[in-house]
Design a protein around this ligand. Structure first.
Ligand code: SAH
Ligand code: SF4
Length: 434
């Protein structure tokens, strides 16, 4: 989400005559778009901004601003801690950045903008598309109302707000006109897109499914992906829509699990249990045989016993995730779980993390091996990052495949590739048709 916001803000500033540079010594304005989900991310950002004190002393005319979650969370306190900062702009005020740069910062007073805004900003829709870009993110909603007990997002990104379907479709159409072939729909809880979700039971309707159906009609878009759906809102309407629009809706679904233990899921306030979760997985597996799943998992949540952890391990194996973001629980001030008594020591966090990472590599190696000898459609993304002689792209289930370049091929084409060999990270193959 931050990457998408940064891209939209940069596009907006470019339109207004600013130039972009990633050389901090050449910049007149330095902007940091920050994440607060884990403490480590904040510490890193504060460390980096702290180092810029020297640069500011040498070049007092530059401006330094912090945007996003940490700005929202710490506001004025951050300006006090880092007096060389010029402004902080929180998550709901990002679209005011150009105005602040043009009219306000010139006064040379520190500025903090962190008010919540119940409206979805309609201005963060510009895109800078990389040369030969085939894939773009689109933010379809902001904020989150789920209040998982460990999570800072509802406090720093505010109330959940969804964009109207026609506005999203319009943005996709514009990207399609610029040559984009794949879109990734973004939100903290995309399966609740457009819902009034003060509901204790899983709703029967799914405005998110309606959105997918509309985007599916855009011929130039070849692939649709989305992150992250919440399992609670993943109902039959959404499942059937994914099945109906497969393969355009890609056959890798990111479905955050967080824990494989019902007891821990309850304490996380996740609103589903493993039966409900597996029900979604099994329905999708039975209808799309090659479907794969990726996930987010937190290890060593307060009170997680050996049994709870082993349940997570087992569920991860049962689903067969071949990509997973595994996080060590990080207490976030102001969230209920940070006050739970039975916090787990760093060493155990590390051990459990390593076990899941090892399982993951073993599973991925095995899954990739099973793809050898078969043919998959690959969306070509361009030269391989490791070997410019080769090209690379992705399968529908989001695996990177590397193959020989062929002069008839263009970036953005979909080709059939026979998989010859694999590692845990990459498939290697040969084109059999284009
Ligand atoms: N809305 C998405 C994810 C948002 S944050 C969802 O519900 O899945 C991305 C991931 O960060 C989460 O899925 C969770 O696994 C992780 N995360 C959030 N808060 C965390 C914390 N306090 N400690 C460790 N990981 C955390
Ligand atoms: Fe955080 Fe839960 Fe919302 Fe995801 S659904 S952003 S984990 S509160």
């Amino acid at each position: 989400m931050n990457e998408r916001d940064s891209n939209a803000l940069a596009a907006d500033l470019l339109k207004r005559g600013y130039e972009l540079t990633d050389n901090e010594n050449a910049a007149d304005i330095l902007l940091f778009n920050t994440c607060s989900v884990r403490e480590q991310a904040e510490l890193k950002a504060v460390g980096k901004i702290g180092i810029l004190k020297k640069l500011k002393k040498k070049k007092p005319d530059i401006f330094i601003g912090v945007l996003g979650c940490m700005a929202q969370r710490r506001g004025n306190e951050l300006l006090k801690e880092l007096p060389h900062l010029d402004f902080v702009i929180g998550t709901d005020q990002l679209e005011r950045l150009p105005d602040i740069l043009e009219k306000e910062i010139i006064k040379r007073e520190q500025i903090s903008l962190t008010e919540e805004n119940s409206e979805m900003p309609s201005t963060l829709t510009e895109h800078i598309i990389k040369t030969n870009g085939v894939s773009e993110f689109i933010a379809i909603m902001r904020g989150c109302d789920m209040y998982c007990s460990y999570c800072i997002v509802p406090y720093v990104r505010g109330r959940e707000k969804s964009r109207p379907i026609p506005e999203v479709v319009d943005e996709v159409n514009k990207l399609a006109d610029r040559g984009i072939k794949e879109i990734m729909l973004l939100g903290q809880n995309v399966s609740a897109f457009g819902l009034n979700q003060n509901t204790k039971v899983r709703p029967l309707e799914s405005p998110f499914a309606d959105l997918l159906t509309e985007i599916n009609k855009i011929n130039e878009i070849k692939r649709i992906r989305f992150i992250s759906p919440h399992p609670f809102f993943f109902n039959d309407k959404l499942i059937n829509t994914i099945v109906e629009h497969f393969p355009k809706i890609c056959n890798n679904i990111h479905l955050p699990l967080q824990s494989g233990s019902d007891r821990i899921l309850k304490s996380m306030n996740r609103r589903y249990n493993i039966n409900m979760y597996m029900d979604v997985v099994n329905k999708l597996k039975s209808k799309i045989p090659d479907i794969t799943f990726s996930t987010d998992v937190i290890v060593a949540f307060p009170g997680e016993t050996e049994d709870d952890f082993n349940n997570t391990r087992r569920v991860m194996n049962d689903v067969g995730f071949d990509n997973a973001y595994i996080f060590k629980y990080s207490p976030r001030a102001g969230t209920p779980a940070s006050k739970y008594e039975d916090q787990i020591c760093q060493q155990l966090k590390e051990e459990r993390n390593q076990i899941l990472l090892k399982d993951l590599t073993e599973r991925t190696t095995k899954h990739n091996k099973a793809m050898e000898g078969r043919v998959f459609e690959i969306l070509i993304e361009g030269e391989s990052s490791r070997n410019a002689q080769k090209w690379s792209g992705r399968t529908s289930n989001n695996k990177v495949a590397v193959f020989d370049h062929n002069p008839n091929l263009r970036i953005g084409d979909i080709v059939n590739v026979h998989i010859d060999r694999s590692t845990s990270m990459t498939l290697f193959g040969s084109i059999i048709s284009s």
